[in-house]
Design a binder for this molecule. Structure first.
Ligand code: ZN
Length: 360
């Protein structure tokens, strides 16, 4: 049997051993030079052999073994390469002919197919369960971006006493929750009659909506409804629908950067998307229950909506009625209202005046 001279390193020490390498039916044999005090004896089966780099003329061939991945065998002998090619042709297959490459290619294709399928019809349905997988840190980044887009230069109204009154209302509601979410509630100086819940517990009420309310209980009812969206993580689900591709890649790679980047691009668009009826119903239900637990009147929401309807009976596409358009019809709300809970005033007169004039 022909022996080839080579160098062996076991990967545990730096020592290089001169060895004789043989090729036979059982595998590749490695035996140390008789002068070598540390005896080396290996039999590597052909199926466990790995080429460290593709064979090239004039460079030594380097081999390892999948059971001893740190070990290295170097051979300079061109004759050895011919012998190995005969015994272990699978090592020299290229591209898709190699089983491992073929398997990886299949995995890539399959994942691609799944992602396409998922985006095509899965995101809306799966965004609920997936919202729970999104790390809080990403949600906070997305929330901040969407909020900045929504505010789009509008001033935040922060008159001291008004902010204190708003905080008091928020506190009263969250105290009634078993596990209160962290909320950032603010009033923005825009005339639109609207309020939004955004990812990471950001709630923005527009001056226009605040001016249309006639009691602190009505503001509390709007707030309770928006907290319902936060509680059910609707804002993040909505964001995910808009961010489908970014979300899928980020969840696969575990990196939040693409998601945050996309949130920036789509921040404006997200605001045009509205919650679906189921989400609105969930938020309404939650809001009503929360008002009851916080000992606040539950009928205020219905009264507020009834008044808006009266002022502007046509709801198709009217600019100031964004809030009405995106929310369940009044009749449905009244029907779902159930027995009305009455409670003490949500704020005293002075605090209520301060809140109403928070933007003045
Ligand atoms: Zn809503």
């Amino acid at each position: 049997m022909t022996g080839y001279r080579g160098e062996f390193n076991d990967g545990r020490t730096a020592a290089r051993h001169l060895v004789m390498v043989t090729l036979d039916d059982k595998g590749l044999g490695i035996v140390s030079d008789p002068d070598n005090p540390a005896r080396i004896e290996r039999l590597w089966s052909y199926s466990d052999l790995r080429l460290i780099d593709p064979p090239r003329k004039d460079t030594p061939l380097r081999l390892t073994n999948s059971n001893e991945a740190d070990a290295r065998l170097r051979l300079h002998d061109g004759g050895f390469l011919d012998g190995l090619q005969q015994r272990a042709p699978h090592l020299f297959l290229r591209g898709l002919a190699r089983p491992r490459v073929r398997r990886n290619a299949i995995i890539v294709l399959l994942s691609f197919f799944l992602v396409v399928l998922f985006l095509w019809q899965g995101v809306p349905r799966l965004s609920g369960p997936l919202a729970r997988l999104v790390p809080l840190e990403w949600e906070q980044k997305i929330g901040a971006i969407v909020r900045d887009r929504l505010l789009a230069g509008a001033q935040r109204c922060e008159a001291g006493a008004g902010t204190a009154a708003l905080d008091e209302l928020t506190r009263r509601l969250t105290l009634a929750m078993a596990a209160p979410p962290s909320l950032t509630v603010m009033v923005a100086d825009r005339g639109m009659v609207n309020a939004f819940a955004m990812p990471a517990g950001n709630i923005v009420i527009f001056r226009g909506l605040l001016k249309s309310t006639e009691s602190p209980e009505e503001v509390a009812a709007v707030l309770a409804h928006e907290i319902g969206h936060v509680y059910h993580r609707h804002p993040l689900q909505l964001a995910m629908r808009g961010l489908g591709i970014g979300m899928v890649t980020d969840l696969l790679t575990g990196d939040g950067s693409a998601l945050v980047e996309l949130a920036g691009e789509l921040g404006g668009l997200l605001l045009l998307l509205s919650y679906n009826r189921d989400m609105e119903r969930q938020a309404d239900e939650f809001g009503r229950d929360l008002l009851r637990r916080a000992d606040l009147p539950t009928g205020a929401m219905t009264r507020f909506f009834a008044r808006l309807h009266k002022k502007m009976p046509s709801t198709n596409g009217d600019n100031i009625l964004g809030y009405l358009n995106s929310h369940p019809p009044l009749e449905e709300r009244m029907a779902a209202g159930g027995e009305e809970h009455a409670g003490p005033p949500a704020l005293d007169d002075e605090a209520w005046r301060a809140l109403k004039t928070i933007c003045d």
